[in-house]
Design a protein around this ligand. Structure first.
Ligand SMILES: [Fe+2]
Ligand SMILES: [Fe+2]
Length: 194
């Protein structure tokens, strides 16, 4: 059940980033914080390159095993598949709003709105996975399924490991984001330097 553990950990990290951005947007709106554009860019990059491109495909692998065992949850799976497929449009809208804000601080409110919409979507998406699908995965996958899907997850992680210098080190990036984010959500060592 290593695969389930990995999905759970990724949800926690992603929720952490969404929460951090929302916190910063609130503090900027209240005039208590200055925008760290590089940190916003790095966080949106993390959402694009990890949340949307690495996380959902692993879930698609896991959900396939469930479909083989039962029809239960098929409606939720169909919705999730559509949401996974819509990742490019969703992240493009967020990136466009951030680009406009970086070019002109007057676009801050539009970026904050775009981010709120993205974070709302993503939270509901994770809740649907955790409440409607992951319990079924726990219930229906057999020992052989777990052996197979855990191996697929390990292979995916090994093939894209940031340790080889050829792929981005997302664990390292996550630590840097947390370190640069303002306290109390991060360690306040910003501005983000990359
Ligand atoms: Fe997902
Ligand atoms: Fe997910």
């Amino acid at each position: 059940m290593e695969a389930l553990h990995i999905i759970g950990e990724e949800h926690q990290s992603l929720a952490g980033i969404l929460h951090a951005v929302r916190y910063m947007l609130k503090e900027i709106t209240a005039g208590r914080l200055e925008a760290d554009l590089k940190l916003f860019q790095a966080m949106v990059h993390y959402l694009e390159a990890y949340a949307e491109k690495r996380h959902h495909p692993k879930e698609d692998l896991l959900f396939k095993y469930l479909e083989k065992r039962t029809d239960e949850g098929s409606e939720a799976l169909a919705r999730l598949a559509l949401q996974h497929a819509a990742a490019p449009q969703r992240i493009a809208a967020l990136q466009d709003a951030l680009t406009a804000f970086v070019a002109n601080p007057g676009n801050f409110a539009d970026f904050a709105r775009a981010f709120d919409a993205y974070a709302d979507f993503y939270r509901n998406h994770m809740m649907l996975e955790e409440e409607a699908v992951l319990p079924l995965v726990r219930k229906y996958l057999t020992d052989e399924d777990w052996t197979a899907v855990d191996a697929e997850f390990r292979a995916e992680m090994a093939a894209n490991s940031g340790k080889d210098g050829k792929h981005e080190d997302f664990a390292g990036l996550f630590s840097k984001l947390v370190s640069a984010a303002p306290a109390p959500i991060g360690f306040g060592s910003g501005p983000f330097k990359g």
